[in-house]
Design a protein around this ligand. Structure first.
Ligand code: TXA
Ligand code: MG
Length: 334
């Protein structure tokens, strides 16, 4: 039996399967099986009231999971699926509470990765629900995995099978748009931008941003996507002097910058992630993971430009900075 066939059997037996998507790797279970879904929460150490995204094979499956679906949802699905966009819709009563955290809404997405799509199609064809509930395949609050090795590192002993689909193309989690309460609201920025969504929905009201009162979006918790090493964001202008000052204190530094290290520095873990927002996002989590492993006292991150195309990256870096350093504190901060 091939890997997809094995994965389908495991899902049908209520086991966990790690799946590649174009954004990050997911920790998947049969979305119609509450016992299997409970295993996801146990494996991740994730609070049970944090809802999961249900991955479906095609937009034609929307009705099975959601009701009162607005035209805007069909438009966005037709425009961006398969792809890095999650829609929050009113749920069908049959969707397990374990998936939705007891809310009356459900998050749905058709992922744009050939292996994920093949698995979803085979799972549906085998008579399963056709829905795979999958959060990012990391322990709660940690950096999302963008390779099969990252999943092994995070949750290797907790999953029955890891499907290896190579490094994730997008590299950061999907854009989440809430359509369950009238006007669309972006709950989490991602590769699909507010402009792209507004353009697809021309004629509808402007896209709102999430407010502090937006319910239960753990991706919106401050301490998320965080390395264990302390992490500090500095502007491009501040970077050279900050590096110099920290090195002068004999601190072991790791740097995530846009450009290569200037000449004359002592040997230093320095990753140049480039000044293209897409390429940067693609390598962001792998870079943070690598820098987290070099034994540095502090990871210094050069803030990218403050333009729209960098919005999702800024969002993740900001959360990484506020959640980082459970192991070591930023020596500059009390
Ligand atoms: O790109 C992605 O979205 C990846 C891949 C695996 O698809 N998944 C992912 O899942 O990032 P997770 O669980 O790490 O983040 C899902 C986010 C959470 O912040 C969750 O609160 C939100 O989606 N979410 C899910 N269902 C929701 C709902 N009904 N209402 C509001 N937020 C919801
Ligand atoms: Mg996550």
């Amino acid at each position: 039996m091939n890997e997809i066939g094995r994965a389908v059997e495991l899902l049908r037996a209520g086991e966990l399967v790690a799946i590649p998507t174009e954004t990050v790797y997911g920790l998947g279970a049969d979305a119609a099986n509450p016992v299997a879904v409970a295993r996801i929460f146990a494996a991740k150490g994730r609070p049970a009231d944090h809802p999961l995204i249900v991955h479906i094979p095609a937009a034609s499956h929307l009705d099975q999971w959601a009701k009162n679906i607005p035209q805007a949802a069909h438009t966005l699905a037709a425009t961006f699926w398969p792809g890095p966009l999650t829609l929050i819709l009113q749920r069908q009563p049959t969707v397990p509470d374990a998936v939705t955290g007891g809310q009356n809404t459900v998050g749905l997405r058709v992922p744009g990765h050939p292996l994920a799509l093949a698995l979803l199609a085979a799972f549906a064809a085998a008579g399963g629900s056709g829905g795979i509930a999958a959060p990012s395949a990391n322990r709660f609050g940690r950096i999302s995995p963008t390779t099969a090795d990252h999943v092994r590192e995070e949750l290797g002993d907790q999953v029955a099978l890891i499907l290896d689909g190579g490094p994730c193309e997008v590299g950061i989690e999907s854009t989440i748009v809430d359509l369950s309460r009238g006007a669309p609201v972006i709950l989490r920025p991602g590769a699909i931008t507010a402009e792209q969504i507004a353009a697809a929905l021309h004629g509808t009201p402007a896209i709102g941003q999430a407010t502090a009162s937006t319910p239960r979006v753990p991706g919106a918790l401050e301490a998320h996507y965080a390395p264990e090493t302390g992490l500090r964001l500095v502007t491009a202008a501040e970077l050279p002097a900050t590096v110099e000052a920290l090195l002068a204190q004999d601190l072991r530094l790791a740097v995530l910058a846009l450009n290569a290290a200037p000449a004359g520095l002592p040997p230093l873990a320095w990753i140049a992630a480039g000044s293209n927002a897409r390429d940067y996002a693609h390598q962001l989590y792998a870079a943070l993971r690598e820098l987290d492993h070099v034994g540095a006292d502090l990871i210094l991150v050069e803030a990218p430009p403050q333009t729209m195309e960098w919005q999702a990256v800024h969002d993740r870096l900001g959360r990484a900075a506020s959640g980082a350093g459970k192991r070591q504190a930023d020596p500059f901060r009390p």
